[in-house]
Design a protein around this ligand. Sequence first.
Ligand SMILES: *Cc1c(COP(=O)(O)O)cnc(C)c1O
Length: 379
Amino acid sequence: MQFRDLKKQYDVLKEEIDAGINDVITNTSFISGRQVEELEKELAEYVGVKHCVTCANGTDALSMALMAWDLKEGECAFVPDFTFFASGETVAFEGATPVFVDVDQQTYNMDPVKLEEAILKVKKEGKLVPRVIVTVDLFGLPADYEAIRTIADKYGLKILEDGAQGFGGEINGKRACSFGDISTTSFFPAKPLGCYGDGGAIFTDDDEADAYLRSIRVHGKGSFKYDNVRIGWNSRLDTLQAAILLPKLHAFIKYERDAVNKAAARYTELLGDAVVTPVVGEKYISSWAQYCIQLKDEAERDALQAYLKEQGIPTMIYYPKPMHCQEAFAGMVFDEDEFQVSDRLCRTVLELPMHPYLEEEEISFIAQHILDFIKKNRA
Ligand SMILES: *Cc1c(COP(=O)(O)O)cnc(C)c1O
């Protein structure tokens, strides 16, 4: 059994993916081929924003968005404490300070009440200028944008939506990667929409940001590649990856997102009485980058993971360490009390196999072993 079965997906989409790869190789259009433009157009349309700028990976996407806003030393961005490292790393890379905010126990996303507390604290201390809120759509569920947008407007902050795991999620019919002033995603193979290597994209309705991002993605180009008007990067999406992503996007839209939602509902039905299962609000749709359960304590979580491994069931722990405990941020001072939820989640969460090609029997098999273990462990 695979945690995320990319081989099964390839078996299903093989014909189209192979044809796409062949086309790129035959035409030797390896860089900036027509598939890149085609993909950007389709992604922007699906997400419901004016511009999509693809790039080399989801981390570059975050960095380039922050560069577009000229985030710098002396300024800060608010980042959830429970997320993948890149959400805060990119803020620090720009020379600014990431201010970590605890998350909600049910949604795993940034807690808007704690966000406002953190903003007020920074303003009171008067050392850093608040500029950006980096929201993360963790595990496929969009953050609480209704509350966070209100707070962003109140304090004049920009929202950078880190939709690396969120692609395909929705609130009230509005799609993830359209909630930020700039939004980003990642096409790392294991993400909801993954390619066969590294890849990423940036989404915005802002024409000026779009023009800037297209420039810095290719060495700060002006009117053409050898006219350089600013210092930039080399962060393009390969044409090969775009050709692979096109049929994968079509499958995602046609049935994959529905399939993961069906799998998640089945897990919850089977496990809901024994462990804490994910809660998806009425107006929300998740793209289920992960299916996360919470156990009673760390000992139970670790023992369950070991037991499932013996049964041939792969699981993962996302994330074992909160951001404020990462050694890279060791120079910063934190009030340990502020991250109680995040600290607890790192000790109790466990992610189960989740992908669009997970079979009903596999879900039953996994759930039955979890139920057996819990019954014995808590007896
Ligand atoms: C994967 C991920 C990223 C980084 O994406 P890469 O394409 O691996 O650089 C950033 N933020 C979050 C929340 C992620 O899960």
